[in-house]
Each structure stands twice: as C-alpha cells, then as structure tokens.
Design a protein around this ligand. Structure first.
Ligand SMILES: [Zn+2]
Length: 250
C-alpha cells in the first residue's frame, strides 16, 4: 500500500526541509542533496522524496532545474510570493481597489511615524537615491510609473519593521498593478503630476531628516490623496484586478 503512505511521508520530509530553510540551516541558493541522496538520508521511497520537493517548489521555497545538471536549490521565503498570492485572494474576494489604497495610506503613515521615531539606525540614503533616479526618469515617460512605485516600496523598508514591509509589499503589488494599467491607458504621460509627486518625495525626506513628523505626515496625506485621485481610486466601483497582465514584482 505504498501509494497511500507516500503523501504522508512526503509531507514529513517537506516539513523537515522547510524547517531547515526557514531556520537558515540551509543557505539561500544552496543546492539540496540529490533525490537519491535524500532517499537514502530519510530512508524513504524515491516518489516520497520527489513529492516532498514538489510541495516545497509549490510553496516557492525551492527551485527545481530539470535535466542532467539540474537539481533543487533553496529559495528563501520572499514577500513577493506572499504579495502575488495575496493579490489572488483580494481579487477573488472582489475587493474594491479603494480599500487597497486606503490600507496603503495607513501603512505608509505608520511608516512615516516609525521613521520619525527611529534612532540613528534609520537610513534615508536609499530614499534619496530613489529620488535621484526619479529625477532622471522625468524625461522618460515609460519609467515614470515604475520609479513612482519604487519610492513607496523603499519608504516601507526604511520603517525598519519587517511586518510593515510584508504588508506593504502586498498592498503595493496591487497598487502597482492597478497604477500601471491606469497609466498605460493614458494617451500621454502626465509629466506634471509626476513632477509634483517627485517634489513630494524629495520634500518628505527632508522633513523626516529634520524630525518634523507632523509636517511630513500632512505632506504625505496630501501626496497619497493626489495619487488616489490620479488613478480615480474613489471615483468608481472598481475592483482589484491583478490578472489583467503579468505585473512586475519587486
Ligand atoms: Zn509617491
């Protein structure tokens, strides 16, 4: 009755390997032992090992290269995997896009608070670099949406909170996907809106550096409102649609 037992064995092996990956006992990009070696190591059947690897692959924790030089390699758990899946959940639940934008507001205002409250560890350099890249992108309309999104992603990173970063990654994935589709539908790039957004980005860094929390907050509320108005997030009954095109993940 081997076929009946196999899934359970597979789940147990997957659990062992999963734990090793999550606890850093296996390093990122490290090659797993071969199927034959794992079969021996765990004292189980080859189909059991193969099924375990398929489970981990579907969880995004390993990549499997087929072929003669193939094999399984460790892929560290990533926010992008969560964000992609969360997009499916939100679309499946028929979530209004305005709901997602509202949550982005709360998360980013929390990020602003955390950055302001942060000590000398707070690093604003990546935000400054992003603003510099943005400045250059102002002359390249096809890069505007991408560079606008990058700043928001880095703002969450600068908060220093892993939890906030994870939630922001989810929200920003949906926002970016939506923003890009709205932007792609516009006849010509609205460079003036992006210039305004760019100025807000640059200004908020200065206010954060000066620890002017309230001013930073006020500015950011306005900036987020402008973004929501630009894409018409509140204007209609639009729903999350991450399936419209393969959106790039950061
Ligand atoms: Zn912005």
């Amino acid at each position: 009755m081997e076929p009946v037992r196999a899934p359970k064995t597979a789940e147990l092996i997957a659990q062992r390997l999963r734990r090793m990956i999550v606890r850093h006992e296996l390093a990122a990009d490290e090659a797993l032992p071969t199927e034959a070696a794992l079969t021996q190591q765990f004292g189980v059947s080859r189909p059991g090992v193969r099924e375990a690897l398929r489970i981990l692959e579907s969880e995004g924790l390993i990549t499997i290269q087929r072929g003669i030089y193939g094999g399984a390699r460790v892929r560290p758990p990533a926010a992008t995997v969560v964000a992609r899946y969360a997009g499916f959940v939100l679309e499946y639940q028929n979530t209004p896009i305005s709901d997602v934008y509202r949550m982005r507001d709360s998360l980013e205002l929390t990020a602003i608070r955390l950055i302001s409250a942060g000590g000398p560890d707070v690093d604003l350099a990546p935000l400054r670099e992003a603003v510099e890249i943005e400045r250059q992108a102002l002359d390249e309309p096809d890069q505007l949406a991408e560079s606008e999104g990058r700043f928001h992603h880095l703002l969450a990173q600068a908060s220093g909170s892993n939890t906030l970063q994870l939630l922001s990654a989810t929200v920003n994935h949906v926002v970016h996907s939506h923003f890009s589709s709205v932007y792609a539908g516009k006849r010509e790039a609205d460079v003036e809106s992006f210039r305004k957004a760019h100025r807000a980005h640059a200004r908020v860094i200065d206010l954060l550096a000066a620890k002017r929390t309230e001013a930073a907050r006020t500015l950011w509320v306005k900036h987020l409102e402008a973004a929501a108005t630009y894409v018409g997030a509140d204007a209609n009954d639009e729903r999350v649609d991450v399936m419209h095109s393969p959106s790039r993940l950061r």
